[in-house]
Design a protein around this ligand. Structure first.
Ligand code: GLP
Length: 261
């Protein structure tokens, strides 16, 4: 696991944007994993700017969402499909149907989950997966005690996550769906590079438990410890509870340029 402590979301966004640009140069048909939430927003702003400047094209690339709400009408503005389209993909040049998500409106949710797993596999798996982290240590919508081997499936949100997400539903807790479909932890771990972003003191405990705590289903993000190429990008506040902060800083400063992220 590599921990990179940056000055803030803009610096983190440009670091990841640069990594995506160089990856797309080698692999124009890259498969990206897109997360919702505020944490990856600066990455999206950065890649949209690079795209507008003519430095990167997604015309041959594909993308998979991490998760989706169940029970929202298909035209609801807060489905993750709508959020990803509004904030990211509508501003890039992805081909039609190149951006996929689990179907939270399917009458047969287990079948929709199995279909989604097959779509990811048929695309050759995810090359680079962006992740945020929930205040309870969840990734995607894998709440605490999710199986570390889980695949895409139906999950029930904790009260805490529904409260955290109520801001997207006019601060009305009852408006936040109880159920979601999410890539499982086993699914996420198959992506070839994981990049988790976290900003602010509110994420400090979750980040410390993810990076330095025991591997446990109680902290789904701790499963990143099992991944051979996981990058954790945080600001000073989100790094605040880490024990080895000085080591991470020194390691980053001494990192050979050729290694990239
Ligand atoms: C939701 C999403 C997660 C995201 C988390 C944190 O629960 N399903 O993918 O990581 O929110 O959101 P934020 O980045 O806004 O803090």
């Amino acid at each position: 696991m590599e921990v990179v402590i940056v000055t803030g979301p803009a610096a983190g966004g440009s670091l990841v944007g640069e990594a995506i640009e160089s990856f797309l140069r080698q692999r124009p048909d890259a498969v990206l994993g897109l997360a919702t939430g505020s944490s990856p927003r600066s990455v999206y702003q950065d890649i949209v700017a690079r795209h507008r400047a003519g430095r990167m094209s997604f015309a041959k690339a594909r993308a998979f969402q991490l998760d989706e709400y169940v029970g929202l009408p298909a035209d609801h503005l807060e489905t993750y499909r709508a959020v990803i389209e509004r904030e990211v993909t509508s501003q890039l040049d992805f081909a039609r149907d190149a951006v996929r998500g689990p179907n939270g409106t399917s009458p047969d949710l287990p079948a929709a989950c199995a279909t989604y797993e097959r779509e990811i596999a048929a695309a050759g798996g995810v090359d680079l997966q962006l992740l945020g982290i929930g205040s309870d240590g969840h990734i995607g919508f894998n709440e605490p005690v999710s199986s570390l081997a889980s695949r895409t499936r139906l999950k029930t949100l904790t009260e805490q996550t529904r409260r955290d997400n109520a801001r997207f539903f006019g601060d009305v807790l009852e408006a936040v769906p109880r159920h979601v479909l999410t890539q499982g932890i086993g699914t996420i771990l198959e992506a070839r590079h994981l990049i988790l972003l976290a900003w602010g003191a509110g994420k400090a405990t979750a980040v410390a438990r993810c990076v330095e705590g025991p591997l446990t289903a109680m902290v789904p993000a701790s499963a990143l410890q099992l991944h051979p190429h996981a990058t954790i990008i945080v600001d000073e506040a989100a790094a605040g509870a880490l024990t080895l902060g000085e080591y991470y800083r020194a390691t980053w400063e001494a990192k050979p340029d050729w290694q990239g992220l």
